[in-house]
Ligand binder design. Sequence first.
Ligand code: ZN
Length: 77
Amino acid sequence: MTCVICKSGTPEAGKTTVTLERGKTLVVFRRVPAKICPNCGESYLDDRVVDEVYHAADEAAKAGVEVDVREFHHVSA
Ligand SMILES: [Zn+2]
């Protein structure tokens, strides 16, 4: 697959950091499995990974957390 952003790089398996905001809650996930474009740095997340981080961000927002930084290890790469 060719990167849809720069149209020249080929995304490769790696790890990235995902930041999500829910109201006043900021959740940062580190070491999230993704395909990363070596040319422009765009990251492509698997649908199940996206579901996982969105769900966790919603949970943090419900719990009233303001800033949460966590390692991602619900879904194996
Ligand atoms: Zn790219």
